[in-house]
Design a protein around this ligand. Structure first.
Ligand SMILES: *[C@@H]1O[C@H](CO)[C@@H](O)[C@H](O)[C@H]1NC(C)=O
Ligand SMILES: *[C@@H]1O[C@H](CO)[C@@H](O)[C@H](O)[C@H]1NC(C)=O
Ligand SMILES: *[C@@H]1O[C@H](CO)[C@@H](O)[C@H](O)[C@H]1NC(C)=O
Ligand SMILES: *[C@@H]1O[C@H](CO)[C@@H](O)[C@H](O)[C@H]1NC(C)=O
Ligand SMILES: *[C@@H]1O[C@H](CO)[C@@H](O)[C@H](O)[C@H]1NC(C)=O
Ligand SMILES: *[C@@H]1O[C@H](CO)[C@@H](O)[C@H](O)[C@H]1NC(C)=O
Ligand SMILES: *[C@@H]1O[C@H](CO)[C@@H](O)[C@H](O)[C@H]1NC(C)=O
Ligand SMILES: *[C@@H]1O[C@H](CO)[C@@H](O)[C@H](O)[C@H]1NC(C)=O
Length: 427
């Protein structure tokens, strides 16, 4: 960086007669620091395209422009241009100095990335220096996204790799077409080229893409669809019963559904009193025209043939001769209506309870809050709803709060608790 002033002096030599004093002056006076800047237009170069390096912030009448690469030094000189004669020397090169002093570089290559300098001799004979930087990029090509598996079992480790030969690119990741938000199980490494999912969970199933970007372009990979095999787990019956017992009227019918979370879908085996009933092989067991012999312990076993896991759960079915409440032999539809009525009443009670909770318990509520909130951390908490139905106005508001907090269970358990209320009323 000491060299600029030295070479400025030399650059002036052809004009020696007129400018010698000025050049000596400028050599002494001028700081070596940049006095104006060079701005690429467009801002970034692209391979095979052309670019103009514009002189920014020079005002005055220029006589000579001299362009350099890397540094102002004779060996780095690109070209010298005399405004008066409109002549460039050397003339037959790729780079052209334009009449306003800009440098036009056609057919860019990556190796044109560099610092560029220009010196200007103005009509007063002063020499000024300008500097700027040019970066040339290739258009990004499509990155090649790979994964060491596209179908995994929950809790496996998975590695995605965004393959690209291109340097100086930023890598971004997408999940289901949106920017991937890293969770605590995900890690990026190798300058974002690899995405590691340490303990894959079912929520990670979906479509993954990576994208490479540089200042001139971006290009996205083809998506990879990740399958996560999980479960079965969270087994429940519909209708459900907290006591593990469900009543069916003599000659009545009962449809028992077994629900699990599983991918691929589970296969089901039903046992009654410990004996497999192969007549039922999906998640639904139907008792029609119930007799006393239909009483017993019903077990649903769900198996996932990919994870090789299974779960099972039992419920006791009791066939009752003459349910109290005397609902003259009506079976399902009557029961359903009763259920809806009870449900509505429960809803009213729920709202009432909520109002009661909000307005009357506000002050003293704090001490009562803790035991109920504590309960809510238990997985089956919301089912306490049906158990405590006699004190419904007391308990329901808390239960309703819990429903919101307990996302996955909420949907199936709300109707089931209604059913349970119904079966209790019938007794
Ligand atoms: C110099 O001239 C070129 C070509 O006419 C033009 O593209 C460029 O913008 C000019 N530069 C400035 C700084 O005016
Ligand atoms: C992405 O790269 C491919 C070549 O790998 C190219 O054909 C395509 O035009 C590029 N897309 C964009 C948007 O630049
Ligand atoms: C994954 O880990 C969780 C927690 O340890 C476990 O409950 C679940 O069964 C595991 N899943 C599989 C498919 O092994
Ligand atoms: C994927 O690769 C990682 C690291 O090499 C390894 O730990 C993991 O077990 C692999 N996962 C599968 C499903 O092969
Ligand atoms: C279960 O299988 C029975 C026939 O065995 C069929 O009628 C019923 O629709 C199936 N239920 C479901 C939920 O697939
Ligand atoms: C129910 O079963 C009883 C005795 O097994 C039989 O008499 C009756 O006809 C059956 N009813 C229906 C609707 O199938
Ligand atoms: C199951 O066992 C109970 C008593 O142990 C019996 O009353 C009932 O009939 C049995 N049910 C079936 C379907 O075998
Ligand atoms: C799992 O069972 C399904 C049928 O329920 C079958 O289509 C699939 O091929 C089985 N997969 C394996 C790995 O056994």
């Amino acid at each position: 960086m000491e060299s600029p002033s030295e070479h400025q002096c030399r650059a002036v030599s052809p004009w020696r007669g007129i400018l010698i004093t000025a050049s000596i002056l400028s050599c002494w006076i001028q700081p070596t620091s940049t006095q104006f800047s060079l701005l690429p237009n467009p801002l970034y170069g692209e391979v095979n395209r052309s670019i103009t390096l514009d002189i920014q912030g020079f005002s005055g009448q220029a006589l000579i422009y001299t362009w350099y690469r890397k540094a102002v030094a004779e060996p780095n000189k690109i070209a010298l241009y005399r405004v008066e004669t409109e002549a460039q020397e050397p003339a037959g090169i790729r780079e052209k100095v334009l009449p306003n002093g800009s440098l036009l570089i056609p057919d860019l290559t990556l190796s044109d990335t560099d610092d560029y300098h220009v010196t200007i001799v103005n009509s007063q004979g002063s020499i000024m220096v300008g500097q700027g930087h040019l970066t040339v990029y290739e258009r990004t090509t499509k990155p090649n996204l790979t994964a060491n598996r596209t179908s995994v079992i929950e809790n496996d480790t998975l590695v995605f790799t965004c393959g690209t030969e291109q340097a100086e690119v930023d890598i971004l990741w997408f999940f289901n077409k949106k920017s991937l938000i890293l969770n605590e199980r995900m890690k990026l490494s190798m300058k974002n080229q690899t995405l590691i999912i340490q303990v894959v969970k079912r929520v990670d199933a979906g479509s993954y893409e990576c994208e490479i970007r540089n200042p001139i372009s971006s290009n996205r990979s083809d998506p990879i669809s990740l399958t996560v095999n999980y479960g079965p787990d969270y087994i429940t019956f519909v209708p459900n019963s907290e006591k593990g017992e469900i009543d069916v009227k003599l000659k009545g019918s009962l449809t028992l559904e077994c629900h699990v979370e599983s991918y691929p879908p589970a296969q089901y085996i039903w046992q009654v009193n410990g004996t497999v009933n192969s007549a039922f092989s999906n998640n639904t067991y139907v008792i029609k025209n119930a007799t006393q012999e239909d009483s017993g312990e019903y077990t649903c076993e769900a198996k996932n043939n990919v994870t090789n896991l299974s779960v099972s759960k039992s419920i006791t079915v009791k066939v009752v001769e003459n349910p109290s409440g005397g609902s003259n032999g009506s079976t399902l539809s009557g029961g359903a209506i009763a259920g809806i009525v009870i449900g509505v009443l429960a809803g009213v009670a729920l709202i009432g309870g909520l109002i009661y909770f909000l307005f009357f318990r506000k002050t003293g509520g704090a001490s009562e809050h803790h035991p109920t909130e504590h309960k809510s951390s238990a997985p089956n908490n919301s089912q306490t709803f049906s158990d405590s139905s006699p004190k419904m106005t007391e308990e329901v508001p808390y239960a309703s709060v819990n429903f919101n907090a307990q996302k996955p269970a909420a949907k199936t358990q709300y109707p089931s608790s209604m059913d349970t209320v119904y079966s209790e009323i019938k007794k």
